[in-house]
Write a protein that binds this ligand. Structure first.
Ligand code: DC
Length: 214
């Protein structure tokens, strides 16, 4: 069974940067599950689906053409064979992603797709519910965090206009698979650290846990 490193945390907590660094160092496949929710949200917006209507969202889910591929050690979700890399990063898509992510059927679809990623080998998977719901059985789980102020500053520095507070509230209070610290997760507050420092701290823990597995 491939190894899965689960990384969860709120928006701008450094999940993507650190997950990428760790995947590269270990030679594992990187999976950005937020990008998968964003791709579905983008597809809904493109088709004029009301993302605030669960019934409309479920109907769109039954009728979308999505495929997974792995390119350069990174999993991508294609919509009608197209990877909407830039389109999924707009403020509109961010807000829509958080809405469609609260729909039970969407989460069930994503869970199946995300678990199937082990076909691409050992994984570093980041999101909101990886350690709690997608791979609860993995012994290697992290929860990254930093203060709301610092996280907002990071997004501003990236030039991204994103209502983090609203999104975090929705992501942690929804009924299905809300963002919470998984049992057994190592909590890392990376305030004031560089990604190199945080990923080094994480790699120390990962190597220790991998050695224990043997
Ligand atoms: O990580 P991100 O900001 O790209 O995620 C976009 C939205 O998708 C986020 O607001 C909540 C949702 N999401 C989720 O509910 N579960 C995940 N595993 C990943 C993302």
């Amino acid at each position: 069974m491939p190894i899965v490193i689960a990384i969860d945390g709120p928006s701008a907590s450094g999940k993507s940067t650190n997950a990428r660094l760790i995947a590269k160092t270990l030679g594992y496949t990187y999976v950005d599950t937020g990008a998968m929710f964003r791709a579905f949200a983008w597809s809904c917006l493109k088709r004029g689906v009301d993302v605030h209507s669960p019934a409309a969202v479920v109907a769109a889910l039954r009728d979308w053409n999505a495929t997974l591929e792995c390119v350069d050690g990174q999993v991508r979700l294609l919509v009608d064979g197209y990877f909407p890399e830039k389109e999924i990063r707009t403020a509109e898509t961010s807000a829509a992603a958080s809405s469609i992510a609260a729909v039970t059927e969407v989460r069930a679809w994503m869970k199946e797709a995300q678990r199937s990623c082990v076909k691409f080998g050992d994984l570093v998977m980041e999101g909101r519910d990886i350690g709690t719901h997608i791979f609860p059985e993995t012994p290697i789980k992290f929860y990254l965090d930093a203060s709301a102020e610092e996280r907002s500053q990071r997004r501003e520095a990236e030039g991204v206009n994103d209502d983090l507070a609203a999104r975090d509230k929705r992501d942690s209070t929804r009924a299905v698979a809300p963002l919470t610290v998984a049992v057994g997760a190592i909590v890392i507050n990376n305030a004031g650290e560089t990604p190199q420092q945080t990923s080094e701290r994480m790699l120390v823990e990962i190597r220790r846990l991998l050695a224990e597995r043997k």
